[in-house]
Design a protein around this ligand. Sequence first.
Ligand code: NAD
Length: 434
Amino acid sequence: MQIAVVGTGYVGLVTGVCLSEIGHDVTCVDIDEQKVERMRQGLSPIYEPGLDELMKANIDRGRLHFTTNHKEAFAGAKAIYIAVGTPQREDGQADLRFVEQVAIDIASNIENDVVVVTKSTVPVGTNERVQSIVREHLKEDYKVHSVSNPEFLREGSAVKDTFEGDRIVIGSNNEEAAALLEEINRPFGIEIFKTDIRSAEMIKYASNAFLATKISFINEIANLCEKLEADVEDVAAGMGLDDRIGSKFLKAGIGYGGSCFPKDTSALVQIASYVQHDFNLLKSVIQVNGEQQRMLVTKAKQRFGSLEGKRVAMLGLAFKPNTDDMREAASITLAHELVKEGATVVAYDPIAADNAKKLLPSETLYVESPDEAIAGADFAMIVTEWDQVKALTFHDYIEKMNEPIIFDGRNCYSLEQAAQHPVEYYSVGRKNIT
Ligand code: NAD
């Protein structure tokens, strides 16, 4: 089937590439000319394991095309996917400017009936609005129906998630449109869950809000464990054995970041406020996360008193491993706090350093390896649990650092290991090794 995908970020590009892999003829359109030029050459503008190979293969098969021209992309397409950003506005709401612009682009450029599929995460009611905008701006009488098809992929395993996802949600108020989406997605062989448009939109926000809640919950438990001399790793393992709870998303750390949880939780608080609902639980989740992101600096200040003149190895910058995405990464908050306290930050990340340069303080120094980062450092902060970071041994810290003092925001090492070495090791929700 001929399909157009608007927006080639993490979601749009992965969607476009994977739809072409299952046999559809896909044209991806983006307003960013440089990006499109790169993609035409088979080069992905984002880092995502497995994406480059699939991109090249489907370009070669003639099933995957890139353009900056909406008319060209939409010509003959039965379905047009919207996968543009819905960033957070200053007041916490989702900014729908890009989505609304695409609705106008669709109305101005289509020459046949289409189903408009929204992959972007949008507040409840937006798909209906998209359908109205398209219909209002149409010059000819084409049939246009909206379908909500929220995206659940995770950066870092986006391709795998697309082929092995837990469910595909199709929200539609029109049977024909829903049937078309089912037909498109059937080759993935993933369970399809059909519902109405508004429920589908809510499923996405509710899912992200629930996962964020699980993370803030275990982080609060971790903070309590530290005070009560319990071990959060054991507590989480013991809780996770209960099927009703499950073991996933019970990893204590320095909070969630990324392009989704922070903005989607804030947006849901706003969505609730439109209907005079005070979502207190979610507000607390957000507040706990903000405090958790700063936690390593708080601990360092408790240890040293002043951080003035300290050289800090910041190990990992991306909000999680296997991605170059720096949006809302804890490293941003931490680096700014450290610089404010008078410390020098020496940062290492295998993939995200270029993106980080736009967001971290200008004083930050960047190095090419974890060893270079810890060389001569007064203390180290483990921010992202990249394999390259976890490969550092306590011997490396002892040998290379000024003093082997480690603040581990991701619990990368066992306490038994730490206790066998002359290091100071502070982790999350566990006993300090000093
Ligand atoms: P992104 O910012 O990485 O990419 C958006 C792309 O859209 C950019 O390349 C931009 O140039 C392009 N664009 C903007 N306006 C356009 C227009 N009028 N025509 C053509 N292209 C246009 O965004 P993303 O991270 O892929 O997220 C997209 C949506 O998916 C968001 O709503 C997000 O919440 C949601 N989502 C993201 C993830 C994730 O892990 N990143 C997961 C699930 C859902």
